[in-house]
Design a protein around this ligand. Structure first.
Ligand code: MN
Length: 228
């Protein structure tokens, strides 16, 4: 048996200090997971259950890559996020064993066509056009979990052309990394290769062609993305 056309290339992310790459299976993203960001988007950051949207695996973009300004938007936004890379199959994780399933962590950017997302929200429609477009998930090299002990109390920041736009700490996540894994693994069987973008802090805003975005998280490789 053959395929009727060449099977798509496996999407993947670099691994810090390794020649091997992390094959990406799915990309889950958590909505409104920092209180100050929920407020800036016009929502009450009470501790309602976390909610999710997804991006296709091949939306992932390597560190240093140039991202074309996407079509059908006039309001492309950056969102600095801690990315969790799953390394073991996981169903109904507990708080005690959740982190056992983590391969590592990376700095990511949940690029968003904010105008299309806002239109979807107003009409009660899915967010795919606002969130799941081509090249919408830049991700820096993944650091092994064993080398990221302080990841749940790490500064997370973002600059555009060197100007600081977001500056927070992962200890402000409404739903912590283990709590997200517990919740998400109750909804889906998580498998090796799944990435979880855990949500962005306050300070989101637009970028235009020519802008260079840096996302930093203490202890991880900085992510650079140029919009072209
Ligand atoms: Mn986000």
């Amino acid at each position: 048996m053959g395929f009727v056309f060449d099977a798509p290339k496996q999407a993947s992310v670099a691994i810090h200090n390794s020649a091997d790459r992390f094959p990406v299976r799915r990309i889950f993203c958590v909505g409104r997971n920092y209180a100050a960001h929920a407020r800036e988007m016009g929502h009450d950051p009470d501790r309602e259950a976390p909610f999710y949207f997804t991006k296709p695996a091949d939306a992932v973009v390597d560190n240093g890559a140039q991202v074309p300004y996407p079509p059908k938007t006039e309001n492309l936004h950056y969102e600095a996020e801690l990315v969790v890379a799953i390394g073991k199959e996981c169903t109904n994780a507990t708080l005690e064993n959740a982190l056992d399933h983590v391969f590592g962590y990376a700095a990511g950017n949940d690029l968003t066509r904010r105008d299309l997302q806002s239109q979807s929200k107003q009409k009660g429609r899915p967010w795919d056009t606002g969130k799941a477009f081509d090249h919408s998930a830049p991700c820096a090299p993944i650091h092994l979990a064993t080398d990221a002990d302080d990841i749940e109390k790490a500064r997370i920041w973002l600059t555009v052309n060197g100007d600081i736009k977001q500056d927070s700490n992962t200890n402000k996540l409404i739903w912590s990394v283990p709590e997200v894994i517990v919740n998400l693994s109750g909804l889906f069987t998580l498998k090796p290769g799944d990435l979880i973008y855990t949500g962005t802090p306050e300070g989101v805003g637009p970028v235009v062609k020519g802008d260079v975005i840096h996302v930093g998280i203490d202890g991880l490789t900085e992510l650079e993305t140029k919009i072209v």
